[in-house]
Design a protein around this ligand. Structure first.
Ligand SMILES: Cc1cc2nc3c(=O)[nH]c(=O)nc-3n(C[C@H](O)[C@H](O)[C@H](O)COP(=O)(O)OP(=O)(O)OC[C@H]3O[C@@H](n4cnc5c(N)ncnc54)[C@H](O)[C@@H]3O)c2cc1C
Length: 310
């Protein structure tokens, strides 16, 4: 890739990156989206999305991801297949984004590199992903209404998901490797009042089993070493998310890899914005990703105008 010089670089071509690019182009910015894989991000791997407004019958993840990309392409957005590896400053107030295909100089950039769920790495997890194994109760819980499910984890997300699922599922096993939860007190109190949540403590999932769909999990008590099998239809793994943002070096503040922003999606570094799942936030959904991206593009546009003295 020859050295590009543009107004705005967007790192990541998921729904956040593509939405920011759509708005950026419509504001008249000269911009590039740098995406290491095919555009679409996590959305492309969701089987069915039923909580994105405008699609009352739901829409498949690949279809929604393709529509979002096509809409950006239609206004002239250019996607470059490149992995961003690092960052430096020009000294004249611009940024240089280093990729495995070359460098790009830009006035502003938006980090939209998303996050990925932490995996248990047990047999059956990958094979049954999307067929009973899920990493998002808000996204997939509704598919399991009236059924028996397990939530794996012991933090705020796991406990919150177990409480939510207990409202729509017949039974919820909450499997945690310790004998106490790391979640906030009010969540623990709510947990105690749910008769259909069974706590399975000091225990880890060692195998997820099923032919076409999840049928059961094998769970080991870490103290006694004893194994038990729980028959169920869904396993929600809620042991955290990982955001790979090391390439930002010391230029941008992060907390566990996630980027704190203000309400304008600005980081503390001038001209650097963040949108979507990579932000430090409690809600990681398509609706929030596109909302953040709209805000980030708007303020990036004003930043570019200000930089040019316009
Ligand atoms: C299986 C599954 C089902 C889901 N179901 C739903 C649902 O029903 N409803 C809902 O609202 N949400 C759902 N979600 C969550 C939703 O998909 C995410 O919240 C949303 O996709 C986040 O978008 P994003 O653009 O911020 O990040 P991502 O989609 O993660 O996109 C980030 C992009 O950045 C790229 N990238 C990362 N690092 C670099 C780098 N260094 N250089 C270049 N490119 C890079 C990645 O390749 C990726 O394409 C689901 C997620 C999954 C995994």
């Amino acid at each position: 890739m020859p050295l590009h010089n543009c107004d705005l670089v967007i790192v990541g071509g998921g729904v956040a990156g593509s939405t920011a690019a759509l708005y950026g182009r419509r504001f008249g910015l000269d911009l590039l989206v740098l995406e290491r894989a095919a555009p679409g991000g996590q959305t492309a791997s969701a089987s069915c999305i039923e909580n994105y407004p405008g699609f009352p019958e739901g829409i498949t993840g690949p279809e929604l991801a393709q529509n979002v990309t096509d809409q950006a392409l239609k206004v002239g957005v250019e996607y470059v297949n490149a992995e961003v590896m690092g960052l430096s400053h020009t000294g004249s107030g611009k940024w240089i984004v280093h990729t495995d295909q070359g460098d790009v100089e830009t006035i502003a950039f938006i980090v939209a590199t998303g996050a990925s769920p932490r995996h248990l790495n047990v047999p059956g997890e990958r094979e049954l992903a999307g067929r009973g194994v899920s990493y998002c109760a808000t996204c997939d819980g509704f598919f399991f209404r009236g059924q028996t499910v397990a939530v794996v984890g012991g933090g705020n997300t796991a406990v919150d998901e177990a409480i939510y699922l207990s409202e729509i599922c017949a039974k919820v096993y909450l499997i945690h490797r310790r004998d106490e939860f790391r979640c906030e007190r009010f969540l623990q109190d709510r947990l105690g009042s749910r008769p259909n949540i069974d706590l399975v403590l000091d225990s880890t999932v060692v195998e997820i089993r099923g032919e076409e769909q999840v049928e059961n999990v094998r769970v080991r008590n870490v103290k006694s070493g004893e194994d038990r099998v729980f028959d169920l239809q869904g396993v929600f793994i809620a042991i955290g998310n990982v955001a790979r943002t090391d390439w930002l070096g010391d230029y941008v503040e992060r907390e566990d890899g996630f980027i704190p922003t203000n309400e304008n999606m600005e980081t503390k570094a001038p001209g650097i914005f963040a949108a979507g799942d990579v932000r430090k936030t409690l809600v990681r959904q398509i609706t929030t990703a596109v909302g953040n991206a709209t805000t980030a593009a708007f303020f990036a546009y004003h930043y570019v105008q200000g930089f040019r003295g316009g």
